[in-house]
Design a protein. Structure first.
Length: 643
């Protein structure tokens, strides 16, 4: 069956606009080409329109055409072992379906329109003619295929959104003011415009005074008026093509314009006052509930807090009522928070990944201090074991000196010194560790705080012992999540989460760079690895007896004969062996890599806090001194209001 059987030809864009848009994206795709090539494509191209929710192609179907996405957004699904998963999203200017056309293999994925989209279709015969007409077409496709293969595992799972709807979902939210502030920050990454209903009416009149005669803010955006719909689509596709980002500002109440915003958005930002009740807003109920599940544009909850708010709270109540893909906390008037949102939306956010490694994890604080001194802002943090705890501290968005004070206080007492007399479950009771983590969370985040109550987005990795698999925790009780990530099997008691046993995430993924790389909005990943690749040789023919080792431990440290790990250290290191085998792969996924030289620091050297932090800092200064990494220079730019 042809994969366009249910798709109607596109009649909403008039020929002049079609030519301009097609020329623009062909030049982007193929580079400088002869006019004759563009004319040849135009003569053979068929224009199609997909409504949000329509399927362009299905996995397993024969492929008889390729497509150039002119406007809109597509989501790619793959079905494996009876499960459907999202692979990526396709934004304007990209070509899809070329592999099946070239190889004559069945479609490898299902593509669904997230929102109303316009495409150009070239069937097999037309493509073959073009190949004979110009080798540039074949070269451009080959280059695009190679680029896609090379970057498949090195980019964020979600491509940059072009059109974003800003919908107020609680009273008292200044959506227009928010759009202006976000546009100013987004302008660092491209050309930005923001539109409200009145601006669209003015633009339509200016673009075509005759066609829009009698147009006003009401009938220009009437979603039921076919003529208004055609004028809007023709104008908006051309307008969006001239910008890197377009912000559509919805009204405070549901209406035709707000509905249009949702239908033409790549992502939807739900703007809410954090102090309001987390009830479903009439706009959400009218236009977002009941959308096609495969096609719905991602909803991002933006919770707006007063400037003096210490930490967010009760975020879970908001998330429980709406199927959001992500959430972001912003303090009103806080330039750093708005800049962070802009980096996320531009897919330029910086993720920091912190590895596990016992007391060696204090080095993370030194590295973070060096990053801040260099002007590198971190937007998303995650880690495993002690790395998860340090990442949670960083996610509170405190300055480095404050973070060091927090950690120094929390680990003022050996957290692993309460050995169990009857080690029925673990060698260490774990009460000290539970106490220090609970006190730190209560003091710096809030009593009973959840992961989602941190200023910066955060994740930690645990091992689900009951199901024998790696688990990434992005929501839920913060204290319990941290304790589960640090619960070394056999050394510390496991943690129960939803009736299943969880333990140290280092068993599967001690340096979870791959998790960060797939997070929404991430453009760069910084990794701090605590593993030493230097193998230590034991100059003994055989292991000494227990009595010999006990007598050796009674000697001063410098006079000991046996440099052997103790039972806890041996157990800890043994649980990391699988993770360490993945170290090279993880390092390859980082854009900036730190590996502090901590050979003389043991996993349980909790009393050497200052030394470990200093070594991490000095190593980071050295690495940054020889690195080309630099923060984006500040530019006093402003987004373009569509007046």
């Amino acid at each position: 069956m042809p994969d366009t059987e249910s798709i109607t030809p596109c009649a909403a864009i008039d020929p002049p606009h079609q030519d301009d848009l097609l020329r623009h994206y062909l030049l982007t795709f193929m580079g400088p080409v002869d006019t004759s090539v563009i004319d040849a494509v135009r003569e053979r191209a068929h224009w199609l329109r997909l409504a949000g929710g329509e399927t362009l192609m299905r996995q397993g179907d024969p492929g008889d055409a390729l497509y150039l996405l002119i406007s809109g957004r597509l989501r790619v699904y793959i079905e494996e072992d009876g499960e459907r998963r999202v692979v990526r999203e396709i934004s304007r200017g990209e070509v899809v379906g070329e592999m099946s056309l070239i190889t004559e293999a069945p479609r490898s994925a299902t593509l669904v329109a997230i929102r109303d989209s316009v495409l150009v279709r070239l069937n097999r015969d037309a493509f073959a003619t073009l190949q004979q007409h110009s080798p540039q077409v074949t070269l451009a496709l080959t280059r695009k295929i190679i680029e896609r293969w090379r970057t498949e595992h090195a980019i964020s799972a979600m491509d940059r959104p072009v059109t974003m709807a800003l919908l107020p979902v609680s009273d008292g939210v200044d959506a227009a003011g928010f759009a202006q502030a976000l546009a100013r920050e987004l302008a660092r990454y491209g050309k930005v415009a923001w539109l409200d209903e009145a601006a669209v009416a003015r633009q339509l009149v200016a673009a075509s005074p005759c066609a829009a005669k009698g147009t006003n803010a009401t009938n220009a955006t009437n979603i039921e008026d076919e003529a208004a719909q055609q004028r809007w689509v023709a104008w908006f596709d051309e307008f969006a093509a001239r910008h890197d980002y377009v912000l559509l500002v919805g009204d405070a109440r549901p209406g035709g314009w707000t509905q249009r915003c949702t239908r033409h958005a790549d992502e939807i930002l739900l703007l809410a006052d954090a102090k309001a009740q987390p009830l479903l807003h009439p706009t959400e109920a009218a236009f977002l509930a009941g959308r096609p599940q495969l096609a719905e544009a991602a909803e991002i909850l933006v919770l707006l807090h007063d400037a003096g708010t210490a930490m967010p709270s009760a975020t879970a109540r908001w998330l429980a009522r709406r199927p959001v893909a992500d959430h972001v906390h912003l303090r009103r008037g806080h330039a750093g928070d708005m800049a962070r949102l802009a980096r996320i939306q531009a897919r330029q956010a910086v993720g920091l990944v912190l590895a596990g490694g016992g007391a060696r994890g204090f080095a993370h604080l030194g590295v973070y201090r060096a990053l801040r001194e260099r002007g590198i802002e971190v937007d998303y943090v995650g880690g495993t074991s002690i790395g998860a705890i340090m990442a949670a501290f960083i996610a509170t968005d405190q300055d480095p000196e404050r973070l060091q004070a927090m950690a120094r206080t929390a680990f003022g007492r050996n957290p692993t010194g309460d050995y169990a007399l009857l080690p029925l479950v673990s060698l260490i009771k774990g009460r000290r560790l539970r106490g220090l983590v609970a006190r730190a969370v209560a003091a710096h985040v809030g009593e009973g705080a959840a992961i989602e109550d941190l200023w910066k987005r955060f994740f930690c990795v645990t091992t689900n012992y009951s199901r024998a698999r790696e688990v990434v925790l992005r929501r839920g009780d913060l204290t319990r999540s941290l304790l589960s990530s640090v619960a070394i099997p056999g050394a510390l008691p496991p943690v129960l989460i939803d009736g299943e046993l969880h333990c140290d995430g280092g068993t599967f993924n001690n340096f979870p760079v791959d998790v960060m790389r797939g997070a929404r909005g991430i453009g760069k990943v910084i990794g701090v690895d605590l593993h030493t690749s230097r193998a230590r040789r034991i100059e003994l023919d055989e292991m000494p007896s227990g009595w010999a080792m006990l007598l050796d431990r009674l000697r001063p440290r410098r006079r000991r004969r046996y440099r052997l790990p103790g039972p806890v250290s041996l157990l800890v290191n043994s649980t990391l062996l699988y993770s360490l085998s993945r170290q090279r792969q993880a390092r390859g996924l980082t854009d900036l890599y730190f590996n502090p030289p901590l050979e003389r620091v043991g996993l349980l050297d909790w009393t050497r806090f200052e030394l470990i932090v200093r070594q991490g800092y000095e190593h980071a200064i050295e690495v940054l001194g020889s690195s080309a990494w630099a923060p984006a220079p500040p530019r006093p730019v402003a987004g373009e209001p569509a007046q």
